[in-house]
Design a binder for this molecule. Structure first.
Ligand code: ATP
Ligand code: MG
Length: 562
């Protein structure tokens, strides 16, 4: 893992450097990000987006955004729109190069006709089950289909009729004629076209045959003059087929390069599983802040800069691995620390009354907006006789190391005064109010006589504070790899406490000026952002991440193990 934010070379950039040296593509670097619009993008896709668009930027090349929309049944407009929004939000620009694989359907069909004419493809009548049986296994060669030796003329006629809609779904397929005994199963006469009487969200009912991924993808890359077609490792043994198709058509061939996909602990990253969580109502939608989707992370308060830094720092490798969720949070904190305005917010309020503070007095005290960034300036925070503090900042009978408020103890209230607790008022067994006094000489938080206090706590002025709902998030799953357990349902490992909603929070009035998705820090509590469900009547805040850097601790433990 790269400890800094600098660009580092990896095996993909090494390949590109070499290609530039040998002038393999006339000095061009042209990549693409090719999502299938059958779900929302997740942080794994962000890795691919950052890699493809990042490489184009670094080498002054180009990167296309291309929808790989060859499967009509699972794709929807909503997904297309969300993907466009997410890639843009991550900070990347495809200029005028937004493409749809479905725009190439005509051309792909022409290429298929060409293969048939060359005797390199045939129409097969075997059904799916039979095709599977004939394929053989890793240890057993396959058998030729009885339809494999149809004449070119017959194949052309059948393909034309497949396209014209004369046959039912599954009745026929078009297959490449390669080698049924090939050691690589992908080369055993792979399917090129299947019949699907389904409407496509862009081509409507024009087509009832749809190209298979392996056939379509290389053609898309070739048509767009891509130089380096970067994909994930599971396509490594599809590469011979990628090359075979393009070479046998005699068309331009890009270089496919595979890298390890990103996995993260305590979450799932497959679109199928994410869809299951969304459709089953286990989360509130694709943008639920607990999901690893880009839209969820945006709503949670992650910044695009932080996500890009994370992707850079995890690097690109040839071996699959799983990244600690805590490392992602570390990167988020790292960025938010530099950029976030600070505010005070009380999540679980306990009322306090300052007995020697005048009833009708209201002061405005100066507070620093961001200690990491002096240019962020200061703001005024109201202070009065009745305040709220965090329930957890008071203990009636404190243990040794508890330095915050307790009867008889003096602490600093951030940006204001030294305050001493005199008495706790109980109602039914619970402490409901504290009676306190303040020292007027300590305005600004320092005592002229030099006396010290052991802690500083945050607070909110009762009359001026805004009521807010704060949503706290924890890991979505209780297992590091919920999808990795055999014979279990990943949903069995959902964390029942992944969402905690606090409905009676009191936050300082300056928050009124923030808009949905604005990010900030509540001092001592973590990073937060305004939820888009916020209305004029109800302020809703999401906690992005706490302040404690758990990753640093994990790293220390790992080093000790070594
Ligand atoms: P899923 O397996 O969840 O359906 P996918 O790989 O089929 O995802 P695509 O829409 O085809 O999703 O992905 C678009 C691009 O993003 C592909 O180039 C793919 O390799 C890449 N990608 C998808 N998931 C990851 C991941 N976890 N890490 C890195 N790249 C990924
Ligand atoms: Mg895919």
């Amino acid at each position: 893992m790269n400890p800094t934010n600098n660009v580092i070379k990896d095996f993909i950039r090494d390949i590109i450097d070499e290609d530039l040296k040998t002038n393999k593509y006339d000095g061009r670097v042209h990549t693409r990000f090719p999502p299938e619009p059958n779900g929302y993008l997740h942080i794994g896709h962000a890795k691919s987006v950052c890699l493809n668009f990042g490489i184009a930027e670094e080498y002054k090349g180009l990167c296309n955004l291309r929808f790989d929309d060859t499967n009509p049944t699972k794709e929807e407009k909503e997904y297309t729109q969300s993907i466009i929004e997410d890639v843009r939000w991550l900070g990347f620009d495809w200029e005028d190069r937004l493409f749809y694989a479905s725009d190439y359907f005509g051309q792909m069909y022409e290429y298929a006709v060409q293969l048939v004419k060359d005797g390199k493809a045939y129409v097969d009548d075997l059904d799916a089950k039979e095709i599977n049986e004939y394929r053989g296994t890793l240890t057993k060669p396959g058998r030729n289909s009885p339809y494999r030796d149809r004449s070119v003329k017959e194949n052309l006629d059948l393909l034309e009729r497949m396209k014209a809609g004369e046959f039912a779904d599954g009745e026929k397929v078009l297959r490449a004629k390669i080698d049924m005994a090939h050691p690589n199963l992908n080369m055993r006469d792979p399917i090129i076209y299947r019949i699907l009487h389904e409407s496509h969200h862009r081509t409507g009912d024009k087509w009832c045959i749809y190209p298979m991924y392996d056939w379509a993808h290389g053609l898309e890359d070739s048509i767009e003059d891509i130089t380096h077609s970067i994909c994930t490792l599971e396509f490594e043994n599809h590469r011979p087929l990628y090359d075979w198709f393009l070479d046998n058509l005699g068309v331009y061939r890009p270089q496919q390069i595979e890298f390890a996909r990103l996995n993260l602990t305590y979450t799932v990253m497959s679109k199928r599983m994410l869809l299951e969580l969304v459709e089953g109502g286990y989360v509130s939608g694709w943008d639920d802040p607990r999901l690893p989707t880009i839209s969820g992370m945006r709503r949670r308060g992650y910044s695009p800069t932080a996500i890009r830094n994370f992707c850079k720092r995890i690097g690109v490798a040839k071996v699959n691995s799983i990244v600690d969720f805590e490392f992602l949070e570390h990167c988020i904190r790292d960025d938010l620390n530099k950029t976030s305005l600070r505010f005070m917010g009380v999540l679980r309020p306990l009322k306090i009354v300052i007995e020697n503070y005048p009833e009708d007095k209201l002061e405005e005290l100066e507070a620093v907006n961001n200690p990491e960034d002096p240019s962020a300036g200061v703001r005024m925070v109201p202070f009065s006789r009745v305040l709220y503090i965090e329930q957890g900042d008071f203990m009636e009978d404190p243990p040794k190391k508890f330095y915050r408020l307790a009867p008889g103890r003096e602490v600093r209230f951030r940006y204001s005064y030294f305050i001493t607790c005199k008495e706790a008022i109980r109602e039914g067994g619970d402490v409901v109010e504290l009676r306190c006094t303040y020292d007027p000489a300590t305005r600004g938080g320092y005592a002229p006589d030099g006396r010290k206090v052991k802690s500083t706590i945050h607070w909110a002025s009762a009359d001026q504070a805004i009521d807010a709902e704060v949503r706290l998030y924890d890991r979505l799953f209780t297992l590091e790899n919920p999808a990795g357990k055999k014979d279990t349902d990943f949903k069995d490992f959902l964390n029942p406490n992944s969402l905690e909603v606090l409905t009676s929070c009191k936050v300082e009035p300056a928050l009124r000026n923030l808009k949905p998705f604005d990010r900030f820090q509540f001092e001592r509590q973590g990073y937060f952002c305004i939820d888009p469900d916020t209305t004029g009547k109800k302020l809703i805040i999401n906690r992005t991440v706490g302040l404690r850097d758990i990753w640093a601790k994990i790293q220390k433990q790992q080093q000790m193990k070594k």
